[in-house]
Structures are given as C-alpha cells and as structure tokens.
Design a protein around this ligand. Sequence first.
Ligand code: SF4
Length: 324
Amino acid sequence: MSLKAISRAVLDGRAPSDSEIRYLIDLEPDRLPELLGHAHRIREARFGNAVGLCAIINAKSGTCSEDCAFCAQSGHHRANSPAHPLLDAGTIAEAAARAGEAGASRFGIVASGKLVGGCDLDGFERGVRAVAAAGLIPDLSPGILDRVQLARLKAAGLRGYHHNLETSATHFPKMCTTHAYAEDVDAVRAGLDAGLYVCSGGIFGIGETWDDRVELALLLGELGVPSVPINFLTPIPGTPLEDRAPLSPEEALRIVALYRFLLPDRQLRVCGGRPTVFGAARKAELLGAGASGLMIGDYLTTRGTDAASDLDDIRRAGQVPAKE
Ligand code: SF4
C-alpha cells in the first residue's frame, strides 16, 4: 500500500478501502506535505483552480432551544452572544451586496434554532428574494424544515439548503441531547429531495476521534450532499467546550486532506474556526490541502479574516474565485 496508489485509485473513481483509510489516518507526521499534495491533485481533477466563495449573515441569533455543546447561541449555555429575531430583508440585502463586492457568489441566511413549525417562512422568503436581487445565490440555514416548507422557499428562489450534521452519529449524543441525530439526517434528505443544493458538514475539534471523522464523511458521501462545510472549534467562553484547545493547523489540514480523499467530487468549504486554527500566517495552506471553497467574512458569532487578504491568497496560489 502506498499514498500514491491510494491517490491514483481515488482519481480513477475507486473509494478507499477501510485499510487504506487507516493508512491515511496513521501516516507519519513528516509525510503531511505529501498527503496534502495528493489531496490537492484530487481537488484539481474535479474543481481545477476554482475556489467557491460564500458568506453568511447571522440573520436570527441566539436563544436556541438546543444544547449543542460547541455553540454560543444555545439558550442552555451562558455565552455572551447576540440575540435578535429575524433581520428584515433590507438589512439582509445590504449584507449580501457587501459580500458580493468582497467576492462571494453564494450568500447564506442563517437562523438559530431547530424549527419545524412556527418559523418565519414569510421572513425567509423575503430574505431569499433580497439576496437574489443583490445578485448572489441565495442559501438558507433555517434549522429543520419539512418538504412542503422547502418547496415553498425553492419556489421563492432558494437555491441552497444548509444543515450540518456536525459530527458522527456515534459522537453526536455527547454534543447534543435535545434532539436526535436522525432528525438532522432526515432534514438533509428533505433538502436533497426538494432538489436543493445541500450544504452539510461538521465541526471538528470537539472531542471526536478519527473514526468519528471518517464515519461522518462516509455518511455525507452516501447521502449525496454536493457541498461539505468544514468548521473548526473556536472555544467560546460560557459554552461547555470553552476549555478545549483549538486543533493544531497540522491536524486541521490532515482532516481537510482526508475529506478530499473520501469525498473527491464534493465542494469542501472551510468555514468557521479558520482564523482560530490557522491565523493570518498559515491560512493560505488550506488552498493546497484539498479544500475547494472558503467562507469569507465573519462567521455566526466569531470574526472572520479580511476577505481581501483571502483573495490575495487565492491569486498567489494561482487560483480563481468560482462562479458558484
Ligand atoms: S448549533 Fe444550531 S441547533 Fe445547535 S445550539 Fe447552535 S443554533 Fe441551536
């Protein structure tokens, strides 16, 4: 078994076997650059030199009924995060226009909470139309919606439905006790059934093992989501994970590379936690590690990096912003 042979097999369309996945995970630390190089070539085979750029707005923040241990917006924790109802369409439109000027092609309206009934569908519809009018692709992260609600929003112009699984089914009960993992998986299936571009991924550095990381990637692959956000924990005071150390850049790069081997044709977007883990000095390394997309601007409750410097990184790496 060799790294080159596994990489060749992936490029030829064969999924890595269990023993090959173990080989990738156990690769000696001094071979990290080699691993990243192969992951980058797999990314180039599918995405060329294009980097998908998206941005979000924290459109409805805080007081969430759920108790996700990593999240500042949970009403169960004592984090000092903003709390406000759904923003009006004008505010969303202005933010979308700014994101477009900064280089984003997709713009996500993110609302805290696990909703099924009683959500502000009219407000979401207005927001979706406002993003489209600003010239960006409208995405929505509304919590859990049913198929009828998703169809209505799609008819209003919604293109992408975002719903993270966050971690493996095995690790999830240690992170969230207020709803079942199966509800999140059903939500992802509903988005796919509605014909929406589904963006679903996870957050890493929350105490999960490498087996959990593999379990999540394989499930996302099986579900058929086209876009996988990769977030890294930023430990936030007042949350149960406040004392957890952030991942090292090396471990985070290895996660991105592993996901590229396991999900060779999916858009891998590095999102929250990028500044925490990589800082300004090392963030460009992601562009050679298998990632094919970046979230630019600020995240939900933490600051992002300057979008202009991300665009500089992209240019210097010989890459270009993707159209979608
Ligand atoms: S991750 Fe989502 S569902 Fe969980 S507490 Fe935060 S806002 Fe609520």
